[in-house]
Design a protein around this ligand. Structure first.
Ligand code: PEP
Ligand code: MG
Length: 583
């Protein structure tokens, strides 16, 4: 029976193949008490297993292919360090000697203790490192169980199937195992666990192998040998697809592969139109480490770092100034001196703070409520801490402050007063920052668009948040399915508003970008170019698609045809004018 599972897409592309299930049973341990007098022999078994894994990791490191992603060596080093830490073996040795637990039992007891301690940690990055410890411990347990290498491809498929494309389905996969899977020509990965920051996801992305993680019960629901379609774009895993679906996806797969290969060739070419207009492509990031990929794909900076993702999904306190500073600094360092617009916290509406143990979870749930800068101004201490963290990061590169959801002159005044105060606080502490840090505003409320000169007078740069600008202009809650069909970027009101903002900003010589989803939609690229836009900011996965459109555009021609689009108020007339524009 065909069914679909949903997870988090972490690496694009389509894979079709037979499921190869890596069972956790391989890692289950037996529990027994060793005979009195045999404790030392059991302890030695544990030490031997540690040594064996150390050798395995060394061999893996030596055998890394030249084209292996850089991260691989780093991961092997991290795992080597965890293994070398005497603390990992110390307690289990004690448990063997004092309580006569068998070695694997003793090690899993310690592992569970460690995992519990990690569960208390709030820092998302550190939290993910718990996985590294678990993976190292599981490797030692495997050695203890004297199992055959569980990752040998031919062990898993009936011999007639060797050569058939296969997709790994596992509860979790260690990053270095991932690389060995590659050697065995696995074409996709599905895991129950994992988030965007897990090492496994990072490696899958850097290897450009389609992957979907966080599929919860995949390893229970998929059977060994099931046919699977893995859609790394949508985060969908189709189990036991029928013939028709297979044919359709195969077509799509061939097409996507061809396109992806071709697109990669655009990575290093200059981003300019046919009539030589330079265009700048920036990346939108939710996580600092995504900066690596953004750079690889040719982003010339970060147009929008959604800082609130550091604040969401936290069970306890908000990250303090120091923690934020470390994260902002990481993006700034990874971007090697390119500009990084750190958008101050934008919570409220559909982005509630995850915390329930402090009162800052009381953000508004209406999109018209206490959101973004409105909320920050009611929480000056939290806002000041964030501003100080950004300012401190500005000492290491081009960190810039970007303020969301401004509409009122009073809010602008209060924002700048607090930025000044944050600077004074750092001066008093003797901490360095860039005193001339650039401050930008998002234009995402129609009121702001209608009084643009106010913003031009106060800010160093502007960025249009089309997601919200459309929501507020058309009075469509962007999170409400019932009105989703009315959410229309091509509504003449939106086109007029956008064209007017871009034109005014260009005339005033103030940098203007679009960082809403419109900027990353290749079907709208020409339209934005026609309005005179030269700075686009989007999720890095869209960069090359948009670049391809740009390389095939003639801005002069687009601009000449654009007035007809603006004059078309009736849908049919607009469709005709757009068709002519895109021809
Ligand atoms: C926008 O509103 O277009 C935008 C980029 O911000 P967000 O999607 O985070 O609200
Ligand atoms: Mg917005």
């Amino acid at each position: 029976m065909t069914f679909a599972l949903h997870g988090i897409p972490v690496s694009k592309g389509i894979a079709i193949g037979k499921a190869v299930l890596i069972s956790r049973a391989a890692l289950e341990v037996s529990h027994y008490l060793v005979e009195p007098g045999k404790e030392e022999a059991e302890a030695q078994k544990l030490l031997d297993a540690f040594n064996q894994v150390r050798l395995e990791l060394d061999q893996l490191r030596l055998g890394l292919p030249k084209d292996a992603p850089q991260e691989m060596a780093a991961f092997l080093d991290v795992h080597g360090m965890i293994l070398a830490d005497p603390a990992l073996a110390e307690k289990p040795m004690k448990l063997i000697r004092t309580q006569r637990l068998n070695a694997a039992w003793a090690l899993t007891t310690e592992l569970n203790d460690l995992l519990e301690q990690f569960a208390e940690i709030e820092d998302l990055y550190l939290k993910e490192r718990a996985n590294d410890i678990r993976q190292v411990a599981e490797r030692v347990i495997k050695a203890l169980n004297a199992q055959k290498d569980a990752l040998n491809h031919s062990d898993f498929l009936p011999s007639s199937d060797v050569g058939v494309e296969s997709i790994i389905v596992a509860h979790d996969i260690a990053p270095h195992d991932m690389l060995r899977f590659k050697e065995h020509a696995f074409t996709g990965f599905v895991t129950d666990l994992g988030g965007k920051t897990s090492h496994t996801a990072i490696v899958a992305r850097s290897m450009e192998i389609p992957a979907v993680v966080g599929v919860r019960h995949a390893s229970e629901m998929v059977r060994h040998g099931d046919w699977l379609i893995l859609d790394g774009e949508q985060g969908i895993v189709v189990v036991a697809p029928d013939e028709q679906l297979l044919v359709e996806y195969r077509k799509l797969q061939t097409q996507t592969l061809k396109e992806a290969r071709k697109l990669q060739q655009l990575k290093h070419s200059k981003t300019e139109t046919l009539d030589r207009v330079d265009i700048e492509l920036f990346a939108n990031l939710e996580l600092p480490e995504d900066a690596v990929q953004a750079i690889k794909l040719g982003a010339v900076g970060v147009g929008l770092f959604r800082s609130e993702f550091l604040f969401m999904d936290r069970k306890q306190a908000l990250p303090d100034e120091e923690q934020q500073y470390q994260e902002y600094r990481r993006v700034v360092d990874l971007m090697h001196g390119l500009p990084v617009n750190i958008r101050t916290i934008d919570v409220g509406a559909d982005k509630a703070l995850g915390s329930s143990s402090n009162d800052v979870s009381q953000t508004g749930t209406s999109p018209l409520g206490l959101r973004a800068i409105r909320w920050s101004l009611t929480e000056p201490e939290i806002f000041l801490a964030q501003l100080r963290a950004i300012l401190r990061a500005s000492a290491h590169g081009q960190a810039r402050i970007m303020i969301p959801m401004l509409a009122h002159a009073k809010e602008i005044e209060e924002t700048f007063r607090l930025i000044e105060k944050a600077k004074q606080q750092l001066l008093q502490r003797g901490q360095s920052f860039n005193p001339n840090i650039q401050v930008g505003a998002m234009i995402e409320i129609p009121a702001a668009a209608l009084v643009l000169p106010l913003f031009i007078n106060h800010f160093d740069f502007l960025s249009i948040g089309t997601n919200d600008l459309i929501q507020y202009t058309l009075a469509i809650d962007r999170a409400d399915h019932a009105v989703a069909h009315l959410y229309d970027p091509l509504h003449p009101a939106i086109l007029h508003l956008l064209a007017s903002i871009i034109q005014q900003a260009k005339r005033a010589n103030i940098p203007i970008a679009v960082c809403g989803e419109m900027a990353g939609d290749p079907s709208l690229t020409k339209l934005l170019l026609a309005m005179g836009l030269t700075d686009f900011s989007m999720h890095f996965s869209q960069l090359l698609l948009v670049k391809r459109e740009i390389l095939n555009s003639n801005v002069g021609m687009l601009k000449a045809r654009f007035p007809r689009v603006l004059k078309a108020y009736e849908p049919e007339a607009q469709a005709k004018a757009l068709e002519r524009l895109l021809a």
